[in-house]
Write a protein that binds this ligand. Structure first.
Ligand code: HEC
Ligand code: HEC
Ligand code: HEC
Ligand code: HEC
Ligand code: HEC
Length: 449
């Protein structure tokens, strides 16, 4: 066989193999890791944007130690194939470049073998190669990356007049809408269909989704306006951020910031990013307001109301089975002696069962509460504060009741508290102690009777 005939035969065999393997392996929409360009390359011209994105939760989505520890813990010991399928699916959002280029396909795939670029989480070339979404949950992004650094292809973004040399640029309406965020910020159990995260749906049903350009505020309208000392929430101004989009171009009216700060201080903090710790606190401090109604004090009744004034979704949102948002209430008499308390952390940082907590609780196969999302077949409880909503809690404090004089000088103090992960949960997880953190005060109110 001549050399040429041999190679033709070889090619035909390869082609045959590729065609027959395509549907079976589901490779139709799989890319090669070389299609994607490292964020460091983008930083060569987009230095400011890179610095904002670095150590963000998006950058750290794969490396995030709390995610890795919790996902591993929840995966451990599962026998039900449906629950295992969910437990293995995390990489679709937490390591998206790896997932679409073939490795890792599952959470338990060897983390050592994950290519460098994929370790960098949700990154520049991933978001800016997106052209739309197939569905509004479980990451349905449709991607059109280039051929790597030598032929970067089109980067999709908010401008219709950008003419960079290195890559092509095209206006993408998709990038200016909440849907580019929503396809990952809506999570459903892959088999049971249980809603595990609903941030996009919460926003879509919120007063911020007006559709009127004058009043409409999408995810970007808060999260991509935030910068140090500009929390950019529903309770604050959200001023434009003029500046250049690259190190070599003229200023524009507004540059969308890329800090992607939510509420988490732990993960950016562990990466040494003090700026993002402060920014997360500033966001939390402009999310809600509190008020105390002591009109029923004579009968020993106090009412505390919380209003979600700043978040474009529920408080809390995201992984709301894990997050802790609660009311801390203390009542002291004029002499300073405590008459009542609820939701005060003990000396070791544990939250008592008496606290009013805003969260979601999932039910397992037997309808019992479970802290394992892989087993979540139903939602037993969803008690959270929707965007713009006020909820009122009634506390019975018999100690302050009296006939007109008792209770005078009594001090009532209430706080809305936030913590990413509970101590009780972290106690169950090997190495969980490393993620124990203090709480942030989101809102504060005080009344003297
Ligand atoms: C989670 C997805 C996501 C990631 C990750 C991301 N971007 Fe963006 N970026 C966006 C969106 C969305 C917009 C436009 C927002 C709008 O128009 O509402 C944008 C806007 C831009 C713009 C236009 C200028 C501006 O900021 O308004 C540039 C340039 C840009 N991004 C570069 C980058 C670079 C470089 C990185 C990595 C360091 C990056 N992006 C990471 C989603 C992302
Ligand atoms: C050699 C410099 C250079 C590099 C490297 C570079 N860009 Fe750009 N990019 C630019 C310039 C210049 C603009 C136009 C800015 C303007 O018009 O204000 C731009 C614009 C953009 C836009 C906006 C496009 C639009 O139409 O809205 C996006 C998104 C973007 N770049 C993403 C990236 C990503 C992702 C990378 C890395 C894969 C990258 N860029 C690497 C120079 C560069
Ligand atoms: C009106 C402003 C506003 C809009 C619009 C908004 N957010 Fe938020 N977001 C906030 C505030 C304030 C917080 C901090 C309080 C909290 O955790 O809810 C926050 C927190 C978050 C968190 C962290 C939640 C946690 O506790 O772990 C995520 C994730 C998030 N937002 C994603 C989104 C996405 C995705 C969208 C669009 C679908 C969006 N946000 C729209 C203001 C906004
Ligand atoms: C490819 C999926 C994906 C896309 C697209 C995406 N996100 Fe995220 N986002 C995540 C994941 C996963 C995390 C959590 C990472 C981790 O655990 O460290 C996250 C974290 C965040 C956080 C930090 C939450 C916290 O607890 O502090 C914010 C804020 C956020 N995203 C906003 C956005 C916005 C705004 C957009 C759209 C412009 C967007 N995301 C697009 C997957 C995505
Ligand atoms: C469809 C996209 C998607 C999938 C799939 C997904 N996540 Fe996430 N995950 C997110 C987003 C978005 C956030 C940020 C929400 C927030 O901050 O509350 C997040 C945050 C988390 C966090 C909080 C991390 C921290 O540091 O506080 C944990 C833990 C987590 N995910 C575990 C998992 C596990 C385990 C799986 C698989 C069983 C999984 N996720 C699958 C999108 C996803």
């Amino acid at each position: 066989m001549s050399h040429q005939a041999y190679s033709q035969c070889f090619l035909a065999a390869i082609l045959f193999l590729m065609v027959t393997m395509l549907p079976a392996a589901g490779m139709a929409d799989t890319f090669h890791i070389d299609n994607f360009i490292s964020p460091e390359v983008c930083s060569g011209c987009h230095g400011d944007i890179f610095a904002q994105w670095e150590n963000s939760m998006h950058n750290l989505a794969h490396e995030d130690g709390a995610y890795v520890a919790i996902a591993g813990f929840l995966r451990n010991g599962l026998k039900n194939p449906d629950e295992i399928e969910e437990a293995e699916s995390c990489v679709k959002c937490h390591t998206p470049v790896g997932y679409v280029t073939g490795y890792p396909k599952q959470f338990s795939d060897n983390r050592e073998k994950v290519p460098d670029i994929a370790r960098q989480g949700i990154q520049c070339d991933y978001c800016h190669s997106a052209t739309g979404t197939k569905k509004m949950y479980n990451n349905g992004l449709i991607l059109a990356p280039g051929q790597g650094e030598d032929d970067p292809g089109i980067k999709y973004g908010p401008f219709d007049d950008a003419e960079p040399d290195f890559h092509d640029a095209e206006f993408s309406k998709f990038h200016t809408e909440s849907g580019i965020c929503g396809t990952c910020h809506n999570v459903k159990h892959v088999v049971f269909g249980t809603d595990l995260e609903t941030t996009y749906d919460e926003w879509a049903a919120s007063p911020y989704n007006t559709g009127d350009p004058k009043t409409h505020v999408n995810c970007q309208g808060c999260h991509m306006y935030q910068r140090p000392d500009v929390p950019a929430t529903g309770a604050t101004k959200r001023p434009l951020n003029p500046g250049p989009a690259s190190d070599y171009t003229e200023d524009r009216e507004h540059i969308f910031t890329h800090y992607f700060v939510g509420a988490n201080q732990m993960i950016p903090g562990m990466a040494g990013d003090e700026e993002k710790i402060t920014m997360a606190r500033q966001r939390l401090e402009h999310a809600a307001s509190l008020s105390i109604d002591a009109a029923g004090a004579e009968k020993g009744i106090l009412k505390i109301s919380v209003t979600n004034t700043g978040a474009g979704h529920s408080i809390p949102t995201g992984v709301t089975d894990l997050r802790q948002v609660w009311l801390e209430v203390r009542v002291k008499n004029a002499e300073g002696n405590e008459l009542f308390s609820s939701g005060v952390l003990d000396s070791k940082g544990y939250l008592g069962a008496d606290a009013v907590v805003y969260k979601t609780v999932y039910g397992d196969e037997g309808g019992k509460p479970t802290s394992n999302i892989n087993k979540a077949r139903s939602i037993l409880k969803d008690y959270r504060i929707k965007a713009g909503q006020t909820v009122t809690e009634t506390y019975k404090v018999p100690g302050i009741a009296g006939s007109g004089k008792a209770g005078k000088g009594t001090v009532v103090e209430a706080k809305l508290m936030y913590r990413s992960l509970s101590h009780k949960l972290l106690d169950m997880i090997p190495d969980g102690a490393a993620f124990k953190a203090g709480a942030v005060t989101m809102a504060h109110a005080k009344t003297v009777l």
